[in-house]
Design a protein around this ligand. Structure first.
Ligand SMILES: C[S@@+](CC[C@H](N)C(=O)[O-])C[C@H]1O[C@@H](n2cnc3c(N)ncnc32)[C@H](O)[C@@H]1O
Length: 341
């Protein structure tokens, strides 16, 4: 709260109104492979500009804007280099790369969010499904390159939380788990890597299989982590002691959310656990701005999806029959809601 005599400032309003400037500056840097280039070798202005094939007019402004934004460093001699964070997370050649989600934001979401006003007015998605001819995932997966990019992007947004789930949940009490809507399989991989006693399954649509298997193989986990093709609207969920669902429930309307929780309940043994995680909105719906805007993103991306509070999720879990639920904050906007049968 500001002191009583402090004049009101429009700064927060203006900064937010122009927040697309830093966003697009960073997204363009990722698109150009700037951080990957600098991870190979720090470079001066001319060489960096030439490597990326940029016009002389604004290259220096572009690089220095990234310095000012805290994504690049520049030495007294004018040599540009990555910061420790951009080196670790935005160098495409490192397994810690999270830029897939930013590539998707740049290629798809940045443009589709230009139609937010229309989405808010009409309640209709504004992405590839805008003409209403195809369901969300069918449209997204119609192009194999887009399928691969989307699945890798999900690993980028999920990995830090995945690593926390792999450590925070009492996995020692269980032997088997299935990750539903596993995409590339990063959550399943992190759980298996941190818990060598576990056997896991990644459950997703059949076209996801080769991308999952390649990722699991790259982590040397193929012996303990298998793919199970399936459609959670048509098939039962795998019978394992733990079921995880990351960024699944928010893709769908209330009846499908409740159906998925009920299917998890039906598949689990007594004392089995369901872990639901995403950017769960705070119960008071006034703090987790990312979670609330993720829900707007579901408006843009899906027919009837929406994000929800932990209290909402716990209510649906109890309605499905779960005896006990817990909420654990993971990192940033992400939390997990755990239900025990
Ligand atoms: C938003 S992604 C979440 C990926 C991953 N769990 C994460 O948190 O990063 C949703 C996933 O659900 C999968 N999916 C969508 N419809 C499905 C269906 N009917 N049956 C099984 N999986 C489905 C998609 O293929 C995709 O991998």
């Amino acid at each position: 709260m500001s002191a009583p005599n402090t004049p009101l400032s429009p700064e927060h309003i203006l900064q937010t109104g122009f927040a697309f400037w830093p966003a697009k500056t960073l997204l363009t840097a990722v698109e150009l492979g700037l951080f990957t280039e600098l991870a190979k070798h720090p470079l001066g202005l001319l060489e960096l500009r030439n490597r990326l094939g940029l016009h002389p007019r604004s290259a220096q402004d572009f690089f220095d804007a990234l310095v000012a934004l805290g994504f690049l460093e520049r030495s007294a001699e004018g040599i540009y280099s990555n910061t420790p964070a951009t080196d670790l997370f935005l160098d495409q050649r490192k397994p810690s790369y999270v830029g897939g989600i930013l590539e998707m934001a740049n290629q798809r979401l940045y443009h589709y969010w230009g139609h937010l006003t229309e989405a808010i007015r009409t309640g209709r998605p504004q992405n590839e499904t805008r003409d209403g001819s195809m369901p969300t995932f069918e449209a997204l997966y119609a192009d194999p390159a887009r399928l691969r990019a989307f699945l890798a992007a999900m690993s980028g947004i999920s990995r830090t939380s995945n690593q926390l789930i792999a450590r925070k949940f009492p996995w020692a009490n269980y032997k088997t788990y299935a990750d539903i809507g596993t995409a590339q399989g990063d959550l399943a991989v992190q759980i298996a890597a941190a818990n060598p006693h576990l056997q896991g399954l990644g459950f997703d649509l059949p076209e996801v299989a080769p991308i999952f298997e390649e990722y699991v193989e790259a982590h040397n986990l193929s012996a303990r982590l298998k793919f199970q093709p399936g459609d959670f609207f048509k098939h039962l969920l795998p019978k394992t002691e733990v079921i995880t669902m990351g960024h699944i429930l928010h893709d769908w309307g209330l009846p499908a959310k409740q159906m998925l929780i009920r299917k998890a309940y039906d598949s689990l043994p007594k004392d089995g656990a369901l872990i639901v995680y995403e950017s769960i909105i705070d119960d008071d719906r006034r703090h987790n701005a990312f979670g609330l805007m993720m829900s707007l993103n579901m408006l843009i991306e899906t027919i009837d999806g929406f994000d929800y509070t932990a209290a909402d999720c716990q209510k649906w879990m109890h309605e499905a029959g779960f005896r006990r639920t817990e909420v654990h904050h993971l990192i940033g906007p992400d939390s997990m809601v755990v239900a025990y049968k």
